[in-house]
Write a protein that binds this ligand. Structure first.
Ligand code: SAM
Length: 213
């Protein structure tokens, strides 16, 4: 399903910040060397949205669940102030070895800590009080609800969670798999959660913004 009309999609890409050479190189390398998995990478417009959201919220402490080859982490880190920090969670040394190279090239390596472990374990190891300003969730779909459950108590009031793939290519309308059902149920739970203000945007595969009141 084309959530946005292709002609409108071209127009909005042409009238948003262009990707720089580094992000273009990262996307090209990922498509060349990890072709079967490359669809997991966020797109240029999502990356620009992440950078802007981090800047707009004034976030200093951020966490990312699902780093892959590093595109979204670079976009988040670029939006952080010089003393800001991003904790990246992933299970793959292979994918994140690419991310590490690009973090250095982007000059954001000193803002980023990577932990290779199931993300729920990494999140549970963090201090339990509110200290996070920003969280981006983009890993295994079955795990999203547990990532939200672990991030919520650690998110400061006014803090923002951003969740990717919240439309499942339109299949939330008629779920076909356990992952589709998990995301549909999470969308319902998020909007019913009185601790949150939620906006689900038709950006790419659906990007949900959930702000803690
Ligand atoms: C959709 S990709 C992330 C794409 C990335 N945000 C980007 O911009 O390129 C999902 C990532 O989640 C990781 N992942 C899958 N299950 C995980 C888990 N239980 N804990 C942490 N990471 C996991 C995968 O290794 C993969 O790198």
């Amino acid at each position: 399903m084309d959530i946005v009309d292709p002609a409108i999609n071209d127009y909005l890409l042409a009238h948003s910040e262009p990707a720089d050479d580094l992000l273009r190189d990262l996307a090209d390398e990922t498509h060349r060397d990890l072709a079967p998995q490359s669809g997991m990478q966020i797109t240029k417009d999502e990356g620009e949205l992440l950078t802007m959201l981090v800047r707009l919220t004034g976030a200093r402490q951020a966490v990312e669940v699902g780093t892959f080859t590093g595109y979204s982490s670079i976009c988040i880190a670029r939006g952080l102030p010089s003393d800001g920090r991003l904790l990246c969670c992933d299970v793959s040394e292979e994918y994140t070895s690419v991310a590490r190279r690009y973090w250095e090239r982007a000059g954001v390596g000193d803002k980023i800590e990577l932990r290779i472990a199931p993300a729920v374990e990494t999140l549970q190891s963090l201090p339990s009080e509110p200290h996070l300003d920003f969280a981006f969730i983009d890993a295994d779909k079955a795990g999203y609800a547990s990532y939200v459950a672990e991030v919520m108590p650690r998110l400061r009031p006014g803090g923002l969670m951003v969740l990717d793939n919240m439309l499942r290519a339109g299949r939330v309308l008629d779920p076909e798999s356990d992952d589709d059902r998990a995301i549909d149920e999470l969308n319902k739970a998020l909007v019913a959660d009185e601790r949150l203000e939620v906006v689900l945007l038709p950006v790419r595969d659906g990007v949900s913004l959930a702000r803690k009141r």
